[in-house]
Design a protein around this ligand. Structure first.
Ligand SMILES: *Cc1c(COP(=O)(O)O)cnc(C)c1O
Length: 362
């Protein structure tokens, strides 16, 4: 018998999404790193990436990659958060390549390679305005590229990359990515050979891949959300992602109380459990249901999406979700299960919550 809350993961739908994105990117000469951090590197899901056409499996957490290796998945693996100095040994041990932006770390990678008798590939990151990781000073980037090429015998400079739409919400445009191509070409001048990889971002670059305006030399993307959920791009940017499944995940929660109650709190308003003053609309007496899961499992109640559009999410505390079921299609009873779709923000928590029981549909 299933335990609740339950997160059902449809592995067939995931495989479909991976293969379709790989195919659409392939038409433009772009290979795809499958990014597994959004679902906490759940090994059963990571396994689906193997042999589905991605050129590597990538995460910002070395723990996910170690877990995948322990599960017998063979990679190649990429570390896509610039490595902590303290994890360089693990990154060299478990990953074929990593994204980098600090000379000190590159030196440490070279040392670790020497110690382990290995080689390690690197992409140098350029910050084109999103203001997260990467070299801001382009001259410095070109110099460090030359340094890696000539001074670090065990480190292979495989290319350059950038990140857009993460912190600064900067849009991936052909102009932005042309800046990256120009940088790559300046590096190529400096080292006297062609770079293998020009990595033009993540899911937010997909729209210009689909409309064909992505610069030709961009030949690599690191795709998380656009494969796993393919929801946020559609909801926020109006990109047509209907050729993918938006329901790889089904979150089910059990109802533990159903009662008629006022919709406006009764008494003096103060702070809630998370130190906030709530906002409440007085709709009179309504039929309400409590579901047995809470913010600990999804963080943002307003970003959970109930599949029954007649059920309204009113709010949550750490372990309770409060639903307005006045208009619910059928009678709701204690013990019933309610289904939700996830978006990126709720997926990262739901897949990391130890209280949520996973089941896999093959
Ligand atoms: C998370 C991440 C990605 C993938 O982002 P999505 O929006 O999920 O496609 C790509 N590159 C880096 C550096 C990341 O940290």
């Amino acid at each position: 018998m299933n335990r609740y809350p339950n997160l059902e993961i449809d592995l067939k739908k995931l495989r479909h999404n991976i293969e379709k994105v790989v195919e659409r990117c392939g038409e433009r000469g772009i290979t795809v790193a499958g990014v597994i951090k959004g679902f906490n590197g759940i090994a059963e899901m990571t396994k689906i990436y193997e042999g589905s056409g991605v050129s590597s499996i990538a995460s910002s957490r070395i723990e996910h990659i170690i877990r995948a290796r322990k599960a017998g998945i063979s990679g190649p693996f990429a570390m896509i958060r610039v490595p902590m100095l303290s994890e360089v040994d693990l990154v060299v041990e478990h990953c074929e390549f990593s994204l980098n932006s600090e000379k000190t770390v590159l030196d440490a990678i070279n040392e670790a390679c020497l110690k382990q008798g290995k080689r390690h590939g690197v992409l140098l990151m350029a910050d084109l305005g999103d203001l997260r990781e990467g070299y801001w000073d382009k001259e410095e980037l070109i110099q460090v590229a030359r340094y890696v090429e000539n001074q670090l015998p065990y480190v292979d400079l495989r290319g350059v990359g950038t990140n857009l739409g993460c912190y600064g919400s900067i849009k991936a445009t052909p102009e932005k990515l042309n800046e990256l191509v120009e940088l790559a070409e300046a590096i190529e001048m400096g080292i006297g050979r062609r770079l293998e990889i020009i990595s033009g971002g993540g899911t937010t670059t997909l729209p210009i891949v689909f409309d064909g305006t992505v610069p030709e030399r961009i030949n690599h993307l690191r795709i998380g959300e656009g494969i796993i959920l393919a929801y946020d791009m559609m909801a926020q940017f109006g990109v047509d992602m209907t050729f993918l499944y938006q329901d790889v995940f089904t979150l089910r929660a059990e109802i533990i109380e159903v009662k008629e109650k006022p919709s406006y709190p009764v008494g003096e308003l103060s702070y809630d459990a998370f130190g906030q003053v709530g906002e409440y609309e007085d709709r009179g007496i309504r039929k309400r249901a409590l579901a047995a899961l809470g913010k600990v499992d999804f963080a943002y109640p307003d970003m959970l999406m109930c599949r029954d559009k007649n059920i309204e999410i009113m709010g949550a505390s750490s372990d309770h979700l409060i639903l307005d079921v006045e208009k619910c299609s059928g009678e709701i009873r204690v013990g019933d299960k309610v289904e939700f779709d996830l978006c990126y923000a709720t997926m990262v928590f739901a897949t990391s919550s130890e209280n949520i029981h996973l089941t896999f549909k093959e």
